[in-house]
Design a protein around this ligand. Structure first.
Ligand SMILES: NC(=O)c1ccc[n+]([C@@H]2O[C@H](COP(=O)([O-])OP(=O)(O)OC[C@H]3O[C@@H](n4cnc5c(N)ncnc54)[C@H](OP(=O)(O)O)[C@@H]3O)[C@@H](O)[C@H]2O)c1
Length: 268
């Protein structure tokens, strides 16, 4: 098993050398420049990784005759779609921040390079390892008495295990209906409700001290300005992936329970 530490995707010769003596059937690209706010300033670096790095990986895939599974984002959309309606794979893309622009540029590189790709657009990822909204909330519940969380940005949390299962499903079935697919857990929520659910469930599971009370307050985006704008509404339609892969997708609350139960078992 090799880790991302061993190869820089922005350096094509290194990537070529890295893959020289290995047979590749599938490439799964989970790498990326992911600091949404910093991207507004580190424009060149973000494009280097999310566009040029993806082009390099696509070229390697062509040379190796490998198929590519690439992780993309709901941030390719502007979030202005009518609430209650979901974004389909064919909807017009129009990123409203730099990170979204770089991810869209990466998608374009793949599409222009070859056909044997799956672009999986997902959203609000959390899971074991790394920094994510759930891990941040669990930390804040320990440290703070009050937390303010935006309640006017809507989307669908996605457990990395569920996304990984879809990837495995694609590979195991040697699925060949290439293209763009949307995948998140089912349901929709906002960051405030998501935080409340993490609090409620983690308290129940004993992940946070039962005597510790934290007040979670919903605020509007304008009360929490960030360098990068975020889409207000980014419900992704899962109809295509459900139909093509005969998938049952669980809702975000069940996936969250599963993840937090896993964490609570780990702590015992
Ligand atoms: N998090 C979300 O909610 C979300 C939502 C939709 C889509 N996505 C996409 O999902 C993928 C994974 O996101 P994540 O949240 O798991 O991000 P992450 O934790 O920041 O992981 C990104 C990985 O990319 C690696 N990387 C960065 N630059 C690289 C380079 N030049 N060469 C090789 N590896 C490099 C990083 O390695 P180092 O740690 O060594 O820098 C890190 O391991 C990304 O493509 C992201 O755009 C994420």
């Amino acid at each position: 098993m090799r880790s991302d530490k061993e190869v820089d995707i922005t350096n094509y010769p290194t990537l070529k050398e890295f893959t020289k003596n290995i047979k590749l059937e599938w490439i799964i690209n989970c790498s990326g420049y992911t600091d949404v706010d910093k991207a507004e300033k580190e424009i060149e670096k973000a494009f280097q990784i999310n566009r040029d790095g993806v082009r390099n990986i696509s070229k390697i895939a062509v040379e190796k005759r490998a198929k590519l599974i690439h992780i993309s984002t709901d941030y390719v959309f502007n979030g202005e779609k009518n609430t209650h309606l979901s974004y389909t794979e064919d909807d017009k893309t129009e990123p409203i921040n730099l990170y979204g622009e770089t991810k869209l540029a990466g998608e374009k590189e793949i599409k222009e390079t070859f056909k044997k790709y799956f672009i999986l657009r997902t959203a609000w990822l959390y899971g074991i390892g790394g920094k994510n909204f759930v891990s941040t909330m669990l930390k804040l519940f320990k440290e703070k008495e009050e937390i303010r969380v935006v309640s006017d940005q809507w989307g669908s949390p996605t457990y990395t295990v569920d996304l990984a299962e879809v990837i495995v499903e694609i590979i195991n079935n040697d699925f060949t209906k290439f293209g763009i697919y949307h995948f998140t857990n089912e349901g929709i929520t906002n960051w405030y409700e998501f935080a409340r659910e993490i609090y409620r469930k983690s308290k129940k599971l004993g992940i946070i001290d039962s005597n510790k009370e934290v007040e979670i307050r919903g605020i509007e985006t304008k009360e929490y300005p960030t360098p990068a704008q975020r889409p207000k509404w980014s419900l992704l339609s899962k109809e295509k992936i459900k139909r093509e892969l005969s998938l049952d997708i669980r809702n975000w609350e069940d996936a969250l329970t599963d993840f937090l139960s896993f964490l609570s078992l780990q702590r015992k």
